[in-house]
Design a protein around this ligand. Sequence first.
Ligand code: NAD
Length: 499
Amino acid sequence: MTTLDEICHWIDGRPLSGGRPLEITNPATGRAIRRLGLADGDQVRLAIDAAQAAFPAWRDTPPAKRAQVMFRFKALLERDADEICRLISEEHGKVLEDALGELKRGIENVEFACGVPELLKGEYSHNAGPRIDTWSNHQPLGIVAGITPFNFPAMVPLWMAPLAIACGNAFILKPSEQVPSAATKMARLLEEAGLPRGIFQVVHGDREAVEALLDAPQVKALSFVGSTPVAKAIYRRGADHGKRVQALGGAKNHAVVLPDADLDNAASTLIGAAFGSAGERCMAISVAVCVGEETADALVARLAEQAGALKIGPGTEKGLDMGALVNAAHRDKVAGYIAEGEAAGAELALDGRRHPLVGESAGYFMGATLFDRVTPEMRIYRDEIFGPVLCVVRAASFEEAIELINAHQYGNGTCVFTRDGEAARRFSDAIEVGMVGINVPLPVPVAYHSFGGWKESLFGDLHAYGPDGVRFYTRRKTVSQRWPARDSRERAQLNFPSH
Ligand code: NAD
């Protein structure tokens, strides 16, 4: 029997083993490939101690020097991109090209962090009052933590850590225990880029490690990305402890297809948005709302043909469209939703359970699934399935489509397909969703905007990365300064100062 390689925590600039054992499985084969220790409070405390020791010197390091670490980090991520993508694919299941896509979007955030001297310049007012100058600057918080989901092992940690670090904080990452290797690899690369030890640390673990971070008074802020029930619980517990928390949750993203849309383009981009990464994306389109019966008939025919032709297999093989789902329980949950949708009366236009790999392979595969005539009370419509399942809802009018989306509990992303500028403008104004696409089915903002949903998709005031990220990872200090003339004699003034 071969022993499995261990993925270690990264604490105080060194790998550290320990914790409750967990085997990491390759979803494409169902076989264990690595092992991991799930941290308890002891490992978390070691990381906090190291961060506390390292923070003062890093806070006082000029932002331009902190940015230089980010420039080197970007180059190292690009140098080792193939290795990182292989680690992601082996643990998550997604295809290599898709892993490279997430890594590139993550690197955009490192590039944004390279501009930190400009971002932290602050504001200045000369003569805000008589001989008074006032300025505001943005100071780091201290120790901040990030808790990340399984579906973006590189990109979501890169939404958080580079900017938090560039702003002068010490960052502790608790990545998803299902996909741990990319995080440890990034820790090694930051070390190579010259980051002082204790400024970026990785604690592998589950709920126990997260709760230790939430309860530690030294941790000043916490960024979370994951499912809505956990996001809510973390937001509450963090707030109880007086922490700054941003908690991004789940989603059910609708695309509205209007009768005037270019249906060929709408269908092919919807296929990518619904089935890319096997639907395990928080911005995946999982509902297509077709306005009018003719639009629906034409779209469903195109979607069924293209979805049925998708190439599925082990993510590490080249030229495939979709890999396996992350684990057996999740695959079974998705299969359960398909059975439930069928029983509830939705029309199964394409049944992913019939794909030859389902059942034949030891991997956790599920074929692309298309439901037509889904109605809002069905669970397949209400719940986030997070798998390769696209539901088509037929709406009588554009207004009905907008009302449907606005009534949904989630508000992460949405999109409209149309050639009508007026309709597009009405949609973007009226829709209660945080990120909107017009003929863009995955409107994930670039790194110099910010990412975040509305309603049950985000708890907190600030979105992730970009300008909101700078606000989240810093606190504003406003200084007013006055130098009276040497020979001036001033009387005591008891009224509230005004000019
Ligand atoms: P998850 O909520 O199960 O886990 C997320 C993180 O929280 C992991 O690190 C996990 O170890 C930890 N965790 C799990 N249960 C916990 C608990 N009870 N207490 C404390 N910590 C806990 O999510 P997941 O399955 O890893 O990821 C998929 C979910 O993430 C989907 O709902 C998806 O929509 C969402 N997601 C959202 C965004 C976004 O930007 N809104 C982005 C990516 C993923």
